[in-house]
Design a protein around this ligand. Structure first.
Ligand code: TYD
Ligand code: MG
Length: 458
């Protein structure tokens, strides 16, 4: 077979070069040339047939064929808002070892058990390895087909012979198009392979899921090359040392990107976590100074997290500051407000703060809980156990309300919390919980416990 010709196209201006150069000769952008397969000129001049689609009044457009197919993995269906839409292409991104292959196998098993024909293309592991994993997960339905291959033309041929409703390619970085000389995983390869798979999906009304590894800094490798090509981008996150895994939609053409899916990695694969707040608070020890519960929102989902602070006298000339799961910039801000407006000195202290359970909380709604935890740790007195705090701390020591306070407090009430400290400007009717309204951080500290307020250390 004759080798197809390749050319190099500038990602910035679209100019074409026969050879790779470090700088585009047309627009002078550096490092913008990407290899692609040259399309023979004859294809370009083929007569275009009559249009396949007919314009219709918008209300007459039939959507029945586009109903999402449930994967029966509850938390995945929650994030996808129903399941995989026929003809759609989804990228499942995440760091190596986070559980992408496991989630994919469970999803395909769910789809196959419900009667969809599924094809799992493994380009990283052998078919035996995947079968062994599937056995452990109890996922061996007859409708689930498995093949181990890495060459894109072969993958497309397998799709042709199995004619699946859903195909999964694990991973897009390890499949390659032989007519491109660049290495598998390069931008040119990833883009070309994804592009061909997207076309196959649209032509066959087949849903595709492409696994994509992300680099340390969180970008889908090659540099976001896939995001604009596909319908949905899912991001699977978590800390390797914690069992908790979070699934979010970064892009979703068939619904909102606000849903959060939560899983725990167990010996029997990924299990949905329907009540994460209870899980996060399970190990909380009442009566400990420096611990305050904050109702935060992740997308639409309210979560109760425990913010912990430890303040210890430092032996170092410049004391240590560490924030895990919290924004260190916000911690510095809250510390400055505590020093300036409440005369609580931290200058000679090491300060450590953590969100327990391996969750990340970067929203300003956790400021107040963080401030109360720091004050409580500094004076060595515990904040009452039945209390939650939510609000943003301003530079003047004032408190500002955060959005959806009612939703947050409902979740707190559901888990048995009886009091909530909120900014004075919070909405009037907050059901299910006693509300302590305060205008400033100083008032918040006083409201928590009188003793804590009086024992401000000078
Ligand atoms: P894997 O799905 O292979 O991750 P990825 O495809 O994202 O690289 O699984 C990652 C880890 O999960 C693996 O090191 C072992 C662990 N694991 C479990 O703890 N329980 C299980 O049931 C499975 C299948 C995997
Ligand atoms: Mg894998």
């Amino acid at each position: 077979m004759a080798r197809s010709r390749t050319l190099y196209r500038c990602g910035e201006c679209g100019a074409v070069e026969p050879k790779w150069t470090g700088r585009c000769t047309a627009c002078e952008a550096w490092n913008s040339l990407v290899e692609e397969v040259a399309v023979p000129a004859a294809v370009g001049v083929e007569p275009l047939g009559p249009p396949a689609a007919v314009p219709l009044p918008i209300a007459d457009v039939d959507t029945a064929a586009w109903a999402p197919a449930a994967t029966h993995v509850g938390e995945l269906d929650r994030v996808l808002q129903g399941g995989l839409v026929p003809g759609s292409v989804t990228v499942l991104g995440g760091e190596p070892g986070i559980g992408k292959s496991t989630l994919l196998l469970q999803a395909l098993a769910g789809l196959a058990s419900a009667g969809r024909r599924c094809l799992y293309v493994t380009a990283e592991e052998s078919a035996q390895q995947v079968r062994l994993r599937a056995e452990r997960l109890g996922a061996l339905p007859p409708n689930l087909w498995l093949v181990s291959d890495t060459a894109l033309p072969h993958v497309l041929a397998h799709i042709g012979s199995v004619a699946p409703d859903v195909v999964a390619v694990d991973s897009i970085q390890t499949v390659f198009e032989p007519s491109l000389s660049s290495a598998p995983g390069s931008v040119a390869q990833v883009r070309e392979c994804a592009h061909r798979l997207v076309r196959a999906s649209k032509d066959r009304s087949m849903s595709s899921v492409l696994v994509g590894h992300v680099t340390k800094d969180g970008a889908l490798a090659g540099p976001r090359a896939l995001e604009h090509l596909v319908d949905t981008v899912l991001s699977f996150e978590g800390e390797r040392h914690h069992a908790l895994r979070l699934l979010r939609a970064v892009k979703h053409r068939f619904g909102s990107t606000d849903e959060l899916g939560l899983f725990a990695m167990t010996d029997a694969g990924l299990e949905g976590v329907p009540d994460p707040s209870a899980l996060f608070l399970a190990d909380r020890r009442p009566g400990t100074p420096g611990s305050v519960v904050a109702p935060v929102l992740d997308g639409h989902r309210p979560l109760l997290v425990e913010v912990q602070a430890l303040v210890a006298r430092s032996a170092l000339p410049s004391p240590r500051r560490s924030a895990q799961g919290l924004d260190s910039g916000r911690m510095a801000l809250v510390l400055a407000v505590l020093q300036q407006h409440l005369e609580l000195p931290f200058a000679e202290c090491d300060v450590h703060t953590v969100v327990a359970g391996g969750v990340k909380t970067v929203e300003p709604g956790a400021d107040l809980a963080l401030a109360l935890a720091l004050a409580s740790a500094r004076v060595g007195l515990a904040v009452p156990d039945d209390l939650v705090a939510c609000g943003e701390v301003g530079l003047g020591g004032e408190l500002r309300q955060v959005h959806q306070t009612a939703r947050r407090l409902n979740e707190a009430a559901r888990l048995g919390f009886r009091r909530a400290v909120v900014p004075a400007s919070a909405p009037l009717h907050l059901p299910g919980i006693e509300v302590l309204r305060v205008a400033t951080l100083r008032e918040a500290v006083d409201a928590c416990t009188d003793e804590l307020g009086q024992r401000r250390v000078g």
